[in-house]
Design a protein around this ligand. Structure first.
Ligand SMILES: Cc1ncc(COP(=O)(O)O)c(C=O)c1O
Length: 411
């Protein structure tokens, strides 16, 4: 775990953590939904608007050149962060959802044919499910599922669903509900041996642990800036260059063209071929600053910190009678996410009482209805951690759950 002094210094960087909620100290435990922003990110965006705001790639004047340089420098920060080969492999999008849709529309509509297979898992966020449902229906392809074990891991027996007919395996790196860290390197190896490409949904991994696209060898990686201290409305699609070269564009219009004639046009070089229209410049600048912040602390340290928090929380919460915790018990294979139900109290009621205590958690189906189906519940409550959470936050969660039990008369 990061030491107490370090956490106190980190906390000071997040102005929102000073506020109160319902006259209680704010305890923010909904980091899987979105994270808070440090002052460094807020200031970087403010500086952009106060000092060098202009549209990018179009002007030859100073402000436009400065804005373009900052936008493209931000892309390089991402290349380095996930160990991509070059800036050509980094496409700025709105979020992980858009990144996955880009692949489904541009790659999928060209390369998926009738009778092909797309393999996903039952653990997927709807963002990594619905695009494949639509594509497979449209193309008369087959959508197959890797199931979930009772412990909340991928059912490895289902890996044999990946076969020679499979064109794509789309899989989450870390489950946003169960916290399970999936062995995406191994899945990629299996898929590649059979000629399939692999898309990794990194929405819950890239913010929390070192993620290296060369090590995983995935063909696509999607993630969102707002889940990693960056602003909303900016996300990233990484794809291998040779695949991006072969794919048609997704959105079309300004910026993504090279030559335009009356009836035909040609496409811009990578990565701009996939960035039609005015991009989210402030988003890219904010995300790059967020990455610098994370790198300064160290992704290994962040992972170790969350692992220690999860271990502590799992052990502390286990003495609350009636609390059912979902997902793997081993913190080694679990990210900083703990989903649970308390007796037969609806998850929304649990979250409302916790809110009265200042503890902010999420409740619902977490955009993963197939996970709810597996565990036969309509909803779960979820606490999710990040680098600014500490032991005291777990204590606050623990006490608030005991208050909830009292309110509902559970012993
Ligand atoms: C695993 C996973 N994938 C995809 C997404 C979608 O992210 P966004 O809403 O930023 O597109 C989320 C969001 O919670 C997620 O947890």
């Amino acid at each position: 775990m990061l030491d107490k002094q370090r956490i106190q210094i980190i906390k000071k960087d997040f102005p929102i953590l000073n506020r109160e909620v319902n006259e209680k100290k704010l305890v923010y435990l909904d980091n899987a939904a979105t994270t808070q922003k440090p002052i460094q990110v807020i200031e970087a965006i403010r500086k952009y608007y106060e000092y060098y705001n202009a549209n990018v790639h179009r002007g030859v004047y100073t402000l436009a050149e400065e804005a373009t340089a900052a936008y493209e420098e931000s892309r390089k920060e991402i290349v380095d962060f996930i160990n991509a080969n070059s800036y050509e492999e980094i496409i700025f999008v709105r979020n992980a959802t858009e990144a996955i849709n880009l692949v489904a529309y541009a790659w999928g509509r060209k390369f998926i044919k009738e009778g092909d297979k797309i393999v996903v898992s039952q653990m997927e966020h709807h963002s990594n499910l619905i695009p494949w449902q639509i594509l497979s229906r449209e193309k008369k392809a087959k959508l197959e599922f890797i199931g979930i074990t009772e412990e909340g891991k991928l059912n490895e027996e289902d890996f044999n669903k990946i076969d020679k007919k499979t064109k794509l395996v789309a899989i989450t790196h870390v489950s946003n509900v169960l916290g399970t860290i999936n062995r995406v390197e191994e899945i990629t190896k299996i898929a590649h041996e059979l000629g399939a490409l692999v898309l990794v949904d990194g929405a819950q991994s890239v913010p929390h642990m070192p993620v290296d696209v060369k090590k995983i060898d995935c063909d696509f990686l999607a993630f969102s800036g707002h889940k990693m201290l960056g602003p909303m409305g900016i996300g990233v699609l990484f794809a291998k260059r040779e695949i991006l070269e072969e794919m048609p564009p997704f959105l079309t219009g300004g910026e993504m063209i090279k030559n335009v004639d009356f009836y035909e046009s040609t496409w811009n070089d990578l990565p701009w071929k996939y960035e039609a229209g005015t991009p989210n410049v402030e988003g890219a600048i904010g995300l790059a600053e967020a990455i610098r912040y994370l790198k300064n602390i160290g992704m290994e340290n962040i992972r170790a910190h969350e692992k220690a928090l999860v271990k502590l929380a799992l052990s502390k919460l286990s003495d609350i009678k009636g609390l059912v915790i979902y997902g793997p018990k081993d913190p080694e294979i679990r990210g900083g996410v703990i989903s649970f139900n308390l007796g037969n109290i609806h998850a929304h009621d649990v979250a409302s009482i916790l809110d009265q205590e200042g503890v902010q958690i999420r409740a619902g189906h977490h955009c993963a209805k197939l996970v709810m189906k597996k565990f036969n519940v309509p909803a779960m409550a979820r606490a999710s951690f990040y680098l600014y959470n500490d032991e005291e936050d777990i204590d606050a969660l623990y006490s608030a759950l005991n208050v909830t039990k009292k309110v509902f008369g559970l012993d």
